[in-house]
Structures are given as C-alpha cells and as structure tokens.
Design a protein around this ligand. Structure first.
Ligand SMILES: [Ca+2]
Ligand SMILES: [Ca+2]
Ligand SMILES: [Ca+2]
Ligand SMILES: [Ca+2]
Length: 313
C-alpha cells in the first residue's frame, strides 16, 4: 500500500495589520524613563515566521519613545519636559519575518501633561534705563518682564513691585505691566544713577518670586548757566575787574574762573571778551580755555574798571 503525504508551504502573502491607525496616550511631565504608555498590536494572517512580528519606531527624531520589539509596549525613553515638547509623535512599524518581509505602520501620539515646575524668571537679571532730568513725575523709564514658562501667554499671574531702598521713593512700578515710572522729577546734578530692585510674584503661588536689578541713569540737560568763581563769585554774566594801567604787557593779569554744574558739553566753558567800547578789547587778550587775561597794549595809562563779559559759546 502506498501512502502519500502532502504539506502546504505557507507563502508570505499577508502584510501585518495594526488594530488601530492611531494609538494615543498621556504622560505626566517629568515622569521617570520607561513608563509603559500604551501597547500596539498588529496581526498577520500568515503562519510561522511569516507572521512573526517585530516592532520598531521611526519619525521620533529626539528618541523620546521606545517600543518593545516583541510586546509592542511603548514607553518613554527619558523624562519629558512639557515646556520643550507638549506632544510626542512617532510612527510604529510592524514587520513580519518573511522573505521578502512585509510591514505596516500606525501613528503614536502622546500628550504631555504640564506640571507647575517652572519658576518666575526675569527676561534679564539686570535692566539699564536712561531718563532725562527735569521730566515730570509719571515719566516712563522702561519696562521689566518676568515670565513663568508654565503659563500660557494669556495667563497673567505676575504682579510686579518695588523693593524699598534709598532710591525707591523716586519711582514706582505698575503692578500688572512691569512699567517703571518716575515718582518725581530727577536731577542729574543731584544724583546721576538710581538703583532699584523690582520684584515679581505669582499671585497663585505667593512663594514663587523673582527679583531683578534696575539701574536708572539720569540724562543731563543743559539747565545751568556758567557762573564766575573769580572774580565776582556767583555772577552770571558780568564781572568787575580793576586793572592797573601800568601792568606789564603780555603778563597775566589774572585768571578768570567760572563753573557750570552741567556735564560734558553742557558744562564746558570758553571765555570771551565783549565791551561797549571796541577800543578796550584791543588792550586785552583772554585765553578762551584757560581764562588767563593779559594786557597786550599800552593804551591804558590810567586805572580803569572794565566790565568784562564771560560767556559760554
Ligand atoms: Ca505575513
Ligand atoms: Ca511645566
Ligand atoms: Ca543739567
Ligand atoms: Ca550749562
């Protein structure tokens, strides 16, 4: 009696098929690595190795997710920072063991749940502003800004204030906006710099505070006229000087001194002579910078009192 045995060899004629097109999960920010998030499942209607599936991920450039190649369990590869990535996406691919192999893919979407883990921070630790002197109280000096990366732009939970110090009474800060304004007119000649400390607090979490330094530089305005120190101290524009007509020529008679409380060009003085009598001018030479006054002619034979005018050019 003859016996015949027949067997059917499986052909890899079926591709794997995922149970879902999209797999979704959530993860709480800062969770430690290797938290199981979801499980993907694919089926293959072939037999044996032709239905033996392995899973892998692609389109996960930061490699924040892992998948168990046999079990299809997707986990996080690292702690996730919500402020850096609020949603993670990847593609999972299932491949069978056939030759040639067949594969299928599905999408993975993991939403990250925000944790209030960020603190208020000023955009810079030190602000420098300049405001001209003599401006009325209420003049805007500048803006400071503190942000909490946990907050969306529409969430306004920051309140600004001014720490009390020796300069703080001259300024105030708008609580809601961080605008710094003057409380009084500033005087460059009295104080050129003011130092402030602006604070910010999250009013839902009063323990969350931040502070920044603010330097307000007062800009000079030419608000002082030159005044003579010598002779006739305090005189603004005329000095009386008695010159002996016998004084030798080209020898310094005296050195005029004047001051101006303003800064740089606003306080830089030059001297010049003016007279109602032009003839008097030719008798004198006045150095515009040093203020040294000399007789340069001998026309003066008697003592005269010449009104000399000093002016800033
Ligand atoms: Ca197959
Ligand atoms: Ca956060
Ligand atoms: Ca001034
Ligand atoms: Ca001046």
């Amino acid at each position: 009696m003859l016996c015949f045995a027949a067997s059917v060899v499986d052909q890899n004629d079926h591709s794997p098929k995922f149970s879902q097109e999209v797999y979704a999960a959530t993860i709480i920010e800062n969770s430690p690595p290797s938290q199981p998030l979801l499980r993907v499942t694919a089926f293959d209607l072939d037999d044996g190795i032709n239905a033996e599936l392995t899973y892998r991920l692609q389109d996960d450039p930061d490699e924040l997710l892992n998948v168990d190649k046999r079990l299809g369990i997707v986990s996080n590869a690292a702690a996730i920072d919500f402020e850096a990535a609020s949603t993670l996406t990847a593609t999972v691919v299932a491949t069978d063991g056939g030759s040639p192999a067949r594969s299928a893919s599905a999408a993975i979407v993991v939403k990250v749940v925000n944790v209030d883990d960020e603190h208020l921070t000023f955009s810079v630790p030190h602000y420098g502003f300049t405001v001209a002197e003599n401006q009325p109280a209420g003049t805007l000096v500048g803006h400071v800004s503190a942000v909490d990366a946990d907050l969306r732009p529409t969430e306004r939970r920051v309140r600004y204030g001014l720490a009390v110090n020796q300069d703080s009474r001259m300024f105030y800060v708008v609580e809601s906006s961080g605008a710094v304004l003057t409380n009084a007119s500033l005087d460059f000649e009295r104080r050129r710099n003011h130092r402030l400390v602006v604070t910010a607090v999250d009013f839902l979490h009063p323990g969350f505070t931040a502070a920044c330094d603010v330097t307000v530089t007062v800009g000079d305005v030419n608000d002082h006229r030159p005044r003579f120190v010598f002779p006739s101290p305090g005189s603004v524009d005329r000095v009386a000087l008695e010159v002996d007509g016998r004084h030798p020529i080209n020898v310094v008679v005296c050195t005029l001194k004047a001051r101006d409380d303003d800064d740089n060009d606003n306080g830089r003085l030059t001297f010049s002579l003016v007279s109602d009598h032009d003839a008097d001018l030719v008798s004198f030479n006045l150095d515009p910078v040093s203020g040294q006054l000399r007789l340069v002619a001998e026309q003066l034979s008697v003592s005269v009192c010449n009104p000399l005018q000093c002016s800033k050019l």
